[in-house]
Write a protein that binds this ligand. Structure first.
Ligand code: ZN
Length: 273
């Protein structure tokens, strides 16, 4: 039976309590939200952290504390962001790798991000990929655009990333590529054979539709407040877990078995922290 890996991106860098008052922010809240998402079927948590004011930070101490609190509750695979937040430097974004997390996101190019933009030049991508490899961390190759798939191929060719490759397609970022199943299919056909991929649609409708895209094309699902704060049109989600529950339910109805963290470690060759 096909296994469905559900990643939950519980807070992100840009989502605020004004978007959804149920957003977890402190290490304790992040660990609780992770545990609830895990119980609902998530096997990977994609982690950003916030400072005392609730702003995005790449502070290693806060990551360390949050990861420890998560580990006390469950064995979910922890994927840290190296994307950080808009405007952060490479040094800032990379320091979390010192903690040797199990997985890390690796942004594969430059993209509009609403009225802002995220810059990832090839030289800086090589730097991230090398550091991720040196620490024995497994990367998720985040592609916000078709060109990012080709940029990721360059890293693969330069042996900066080891197989099996795991891609994250980020679709429907304002100013980026829109989500539709034809575009997703086009992306999927352009990654190396035997690779794995997850998809996240940004915003309520794209998020839900991308789940069905993953079910149709044999990919994995990412949900969570980083990508979308709504459960349905105009209705805010009560929690990250509520979004995971739905993703798990439709996956099971679609004939998938929900992957455990152990399944993820075996499939994606992740070394347990
Ligand atoms: Zn993120």
């Amino acid at each position: 039976m096909n296994k469905m890996i559900i990643t939950c991106a519980i807070c992100g860098a840009e989502t605020t309590r004004e978007h959804n008052p149920n957003l977890p922010l402190t290490p304790v809240e992040l660990a609780e939200a992770t545990y609830d998402a895990y119980k609902a079927g998530a096997s990977i948590v994609h982690l950003h952290v916030r400072d005392k004011e609730g702003n995005a930070t790449m502070d290693v101490g806060i990551f360390k504390e949050t990861m420890k609190l998560i580990r006390e509750k469950c064995d979910i695979v922890i994927e840290v962001t190296t994307g950080g937040g808009v405007g952060m430097s490479d040094e800032e974004r990379m320091q979390v790798l010192e903690l040797k997390p199990e997985m890390a996101s690796l942004d594969c190019g430059t993209v509009n991000f609403g009225d802002d933009f995220i810059v990832n030049t090839l030289p800086s991508m090589r730097l991230y990929a090398q550091k991720i490899k040196d620490y024995g961390v497994r990367p998720t190759l985040e592609c916000f655009d078709l060109s990012h798939i080709y940029a990721a191929n360059m890293l693969i060719k330069e042996e900066l990333v080891d197989p099996p490759f795991h891609y994250g397609f980020v679709m429907n970022v304002p100013g980026g590529v829109r989500y539709d199943v034809e575009t997703l299919d086009f992306f999927v056909r352009r990654i190396p054979k035997g690779s794995y991929w997850t998809v996240m649609g940004i915003g309520g409708r794209a998020s839900l539709l991308s789940h069905y895209g993953a079910l149709s094309l044999n990919g994995f699902i990412r949900v969570g407040f980083e990508d979308n704060v709504y459960y349905s049109k105009g209705i805010l989600a009560k929690s990250n877990a509520q979004l995971v529950e739905r993703a798990a339910r439709i996956s099971i109805e679609g004939g998938y078995e929900i992957a455990t963290p152990q399944d993820v470690r075996e499939l994606l060759k992740v070394k347990k922290l």
